[in-house]
Design a binder for this molecule. Sequence first.
Ligand SMILES: NC(=O)c1ccc[n+]([C@@H]2O[C@H](COP(=O)([O-])OP(=O)(O)OC[C@H]3O[C@@H](n4cnc5c(N)ncnc54)[C@H](O)[C@@H]3O)[C@@H](O)[C@H]2O)c1
Length: 255
Amino acid sequence: MSKFAGKIAMVTGAGSGIGRAMAEVLARGDATVMCADINEQSAHATATRLEEMGAHADAMGLDVTDSDAVKAGLEHTVATMGGLDVLMNNAGIGSKNTWNDTISVNLSGVFYGLKHACPIMADGGGGAIVNTASIAGLNGLVRPADYQDDPQTLEGVNAYVAAKHGVVGMTRQFAIAFGKSGVRVNAVCPGYIVTPMTARTRAAEGGTQFLEALHPIGRLGEPSEVAAVAAFLASSDASFVTGTAVPVDGGYSAR
Ligand SMILES: NC(=O)c1ccc[n+]([C@@H]2O[C@H](COP(=O)([O-])OP(=O)(O)OC[C@H]3O[C@@H](n4cnc5c(N)ncnc54)[C@H](O)[C@@H]3O)[C@@H](O)[C@H]2O)c1
């Protein structure tokens, strides 16, 4: 399976969870992969895994909230790997953070990736970007307990939902702006996935059962199940697909 032979890809948040699975599926398709993460050590660990699989990979420490650093990271990828065909704009933080931190990583961070990668790809003849949004980009979130009186949770959840709805909006807007330049922009909208981000909620008493019951399929998703759909959207199989936000959610958003 050489779906990405000769292609150069960058994945943000590649050190863990969904981003690591995205890097792996791209590598299995023979892409050369730049693994970027604010946690440089974990980015290197992913790159090492890809090299052990026989792929070409490298890693960098990158904070997606720093617009100049995102631009420099993309330019470094082009300079050292020879181009940029795919960007998985995936880095994110969960719904238990402050408004400013959440908007900064989950919304501005995705914007900087789009802003700087689209012109690079357009100049190079085209490319594909997949943003990691969420079911929280399509619907509000149902919480395990009432939290109207918990200002911290109220802030974190609203920031997360606002940022992810924003990611879906930017997916559409950049798809329109760069469609004629050959740059396709899509989003995946995962339900609850077994990654470190959901570890605390899953570990709480009754937490896993609560989350499982939200998904008609009756279980949580695996990172590889999100990565597979992202890889499809990034591949030439999806050559007429742009501006979409695809749920990968075991039916969560079907209700
Ligand atoms: N796990 C879920 O249930 C779920 C559901 C829907 C959407 N998502 C989204 O999927 C994406 C990946 O989440 P995950 O579940 O794999 O979480 P994760 O915590 O396992 O991985 C997130 C990665 O992003 C990195 N990161 C955080 N801030 C960063 C920054 N400023 N710059 C660069 N890297 C940064 C972290 O170091 C980490 O390696 C996120 O955008 C998240 O919002 C996750």
